[in-house]
Design a binder for this molecule. Structure first.
Ligand SMILES: C[S@@+](CC[C@H](N)C(=O)[O-])C[C@H]1O[C@@H](n2cnc3c(N)ncnc32)[C@H](O)[C@@H]1O
Length: 241
């Protein structure tokens, strides 16, 4: 696995006007898709400690149940693992894993929480071999990927997952797509950007990549006292086996 990604994007932020707000995102400026990845990487590099402090894992029981179903020797990819919670710190001893993230600072925090292998990399070009993992978790990460690249991420998930492997993905709620940014997310003074094609579109994109959605749960957003936000927790299985 590589540990240095090539972002292939400018390091510059270009505000691109207003857009619809997401469930937990201030309706601030959107970020040009070309620069979104760099903005997200630099944003998390600058606010890793703040995010770790604010992160509450309301979904911990869902994560534990997902991990409980893994067999001895199975491997999990935590895609956009961030600070190493709530997945990598809960990996059972019988299970192997790897965490991939764009942000070096988030990976530094993850090293405090886990002995699992960690790699710096991009969800659209995972530094993971084909069919290498039995399960993927992607909690609150795909929503940061520029909207046109969500199908690429799901195809990458299908590539690295063995046939019949399982995916646990969080998505926003609602059918309307949106992109948005917050120039001072969590009061950390860092720009952060999100994009979401709408829940039905996400389901379609998963299907097009070879996944069958097997379950969905909606949980409140618990980060930084955001009001009224909710996340859809999607469970899916890759065709095959
Ligand atoms: C909101 S945090 C979530 C971290 C952790 N999964 C959690 O649930 O708390 C989003 C993480 O996704 C990572 N991320 C965003 N876009 C990414 C991309 N294109 N490739 C890899 N990681 C990405 C960010 O660096 C950040 O660590």
């Amino acid at each position: 696995m590589n540990d240095e990604p090539s972002d292939g994007v400018d390091d510059e932020f270009t505000p691109a006007g207003d857009d619809g707000p997401g469930p937990d995102v201030d309706p601030g400026p959107t970020v040009d898709p070309h620069t979104q990845r760099a903005a997200v990487r630099d944003g998390y590099d600058g606010m890793a400690a703040t995010y770790r402090r604010e992160r509450e894992a309301a979904e911990a029981p869902l994560v534990e149940s997902f991990l409980d179903d893994l067999a001895a020797g199975d491997r999990v990819l935590d895609a956009g693992c961030g600070q190493g919670t709530p997945v990598l710190n809960r990996l059972p001893d019988r299970v192997g894993g790897v965490g991939v993230d764009l942000s070096a600072s988030m990976l530094d925090l993850a090293r405090d929480r886990t002995d699992t292998a960690l790699a710096r990399g991009d969800l659209t070009r995972l530094p993971v071999a084909a069919d290498a993992v039995d399960a993927i978790t992607a909690l609150h990460s795909v929503i940061h990927v520029p909207i046109a690249e969500h199908p690429t991420v799901f195809r990458e998930f299908a590539r690295v997952l063995r046939p019949g492997g399982r995916l646990y993905l969080t998505a926003a709620t609602g059918e309307d797509g949106w992109s948005g940014a917050n120039e001072d997310w969590l009061g950390a003074g860092e720009l952060m950007a999100w994009s979401f094609p709408g829940l039905d579109r996400t389901r379609d994109q998963l299907r097009e990549a070879g996944f069958r959605v097997t379950d969905e749960r909606v949980l409140d957003d618990t980060v930084a006292d955001d009001d009224g936000g909710a996340w859809t927790h999607l469970f899916a299985r890759l065709a095959g086996e």
